[in-house]
Design a binder for this molecule. Structure first.
Ligand code: ADP
Ligand code: MG
Length: 222
């Protein structure tokens, strides 16, 4: 007997509409990912990698097809329900950090927990920042932090609710080579500790080969 996959995409299609024009991007993507697997997603620029992450993360909806995450089909889930599901299940780390500029590193991590009424938000935020290696800079604003430090804060923030699924969209592509190496080891260690299921978009072969259990390539909508 094999366990049900944590994530199952079944014939997922996505067609964007631009005025009268239809832009087909995903043309029947089917994929199963077991619990805890680290999948690297590669493919040419414009092939739909970000689109696919947005569908899995419940930020956007497919034109047709099913997306089942941990037993829930989110393909036709709407509005508040989808937002609630997303914040409980998904951690999303973007290429451009997406931190709130008027909040310090510490506040970027603590405030989302305070809003949800998480007990001991302050202590947890400090522990998460330490976990991602951001020590001593917790009270700096994003503009006062390097790219690597900002991405560490974004990582800590994504871990706040211990999500079952972590989505990374070219998270290291703006960093220099040495920082990329450092962050790569950190992400590998986090995956081993958390056991989360990870989908990781990258253009970097080395990154994909050293991090992932499996590499999937998106091309021509498949
Ligand atoms: P990738 O991340 O692989 O570079 P994307 O998923 O960002 O690719 O984009 C795939 C294609 O979909 C591109 O041709 C892009 O222009 C188009 N696209 C992305 N978002 C939209 C949108 N909101 N409206 C219309 N077209 C879009
Ligand atoms: Mg992209």
């Amino acid at each position: 007997m094999t366990a049900a996959p944590l994530l199952a995409l079944d014939r997922v299609r996505k067609v964007y509409r631009r005025e009268a024009e239809q832009v087909p991007v995903l043309d029947g993507v089917s994929l199963e990912i077991p619990d805890g697997e680290f999948v690297a997603l590669m493919g040419p620029s414009g092939s739909g990698k970000t689109t696919l992450l947005n569908l899995i993360g419940g930020i956007d909806q497919p034109t047709s097809g099913d997306i089942v995450v941990a037993g829930t089909n989110i393909a036709r889930m709407k509005g508040n329900e989808l937002a609630r599901w997303r914040s409980a299940t998904i951690g999303y780390i973007f290429q451009l950090y997406n931190l709130v500029p008027v909040l310090t590193a510490y506040e970027n991590v603590a405030v989302p927990m305070e809003i949800r009424g998480t007990p001991n938000a302050g202590a947890r935020a400090r522990a998460l920042l330490e976990e991602v290696g951001l020590t001593g800079r917790a009270h700096h604003y994003p503009s006062q932090l390097s790219g690597g430090e900002q991405q560490r804060v974004a990582l800590a923030r994504a871990l706040v609710l211990e999500p079952a699924v972590l989505l990374f969209d070219e998270p290291l592509s703006n960093l220099d080579a040495q920082l990329r190496n450092e962050m790569r080891s950190e992400i590998k260690r986090l995956h081993q500790r958390l056991g989360a299921t990870i989908i990781y978009v990258t253009h970097d072969q080395t990154e994909a080969m050293t991090l992932a259990d499996r590499i999937c390539v998106l091309q021509g909508g498949h």
